[in-house]
Write a protein that binds this ligand. Sequence first.
Ligand code: AMP
Length: 191
Amino acid sequence: MKIVFFGPPGSGKGTQAKLLAKKLNILHLSTGDILREKLRGGDALSIKLKQIMSSGNLLSDEILKQIIYYKLMSKVCNNGFILDGYPRTITQSEFLLSFFKSNNLNLDIILDFKIDFKLVEQRIIFRSKQEQRSDDNLDVIKTRLDKYVQETYPVSQFFSKNFTHNFFTIDASQEVHKIQKELINIIKKGQ
Ligand code: AMP
C-alpha cells in the first residue's frame, strides 16, 4: 500500500503515520526524520542544511530528489510506505508522479490533515518542550506555516483535484486514537 500524507507542521501527521505504518506493516517514510538522521555530522554541508531546517525553510528540491529516489528504489519500500513530509513543492510532486508512472506504481490513498493554525502553534510550543527540536519554537512556526501555505498547500490542492476517488480530508484537531480509527476505516473501505 502506498499512501501520501499532507498537512501543516504540527497537525499530528507524523504521529499518525508512525502508528498507521506499524499497523499496516509498511515503511514510515518521513523526509524530516531522514534528514535529521543524515545531518547528524558536523561537516560544513550538514551544518548549512541544519541551519535551513532550523529556520523553518525548505531544503532544495534537488537534495530531496536524491534522498527520496534512493529510498523509493530500495527494498525497504517493497511492502509499501507512507510518505510523510514529501512532496512539499510542485516540483517535488512532479518528480514523485513521474517516478510512479515510469515504475508502473499507483498511489493508493492520499490523506490531507486539516487543522486550525492557532492549534498548531499551541501544539508546536508543547512539542518543542518535549522533543527539543530546534525548528519547533514560536520564532520559526510562522515561517514553517508560511512555507506550508505558499508551497505545500497548492500541492495538496493539485492532488485533491487529480485524485478525487482516493483523496480524503481528516479533521486533525481530534484525539490521536480517534484519528487513527478514522484512517483505518478509510483504508478498509478502499481495499
Ligand atoms: P518535518 O519533520 O517533516 O517537519 O521536516 C523538518 C524540516 O526538514 C523541514 O522544515 C524542511 O526544512 C526539511 N524538509 C523535510 N522534508 C522536506 C521536503 N520534502 N522538502 C524540503 N524540505 C524538507
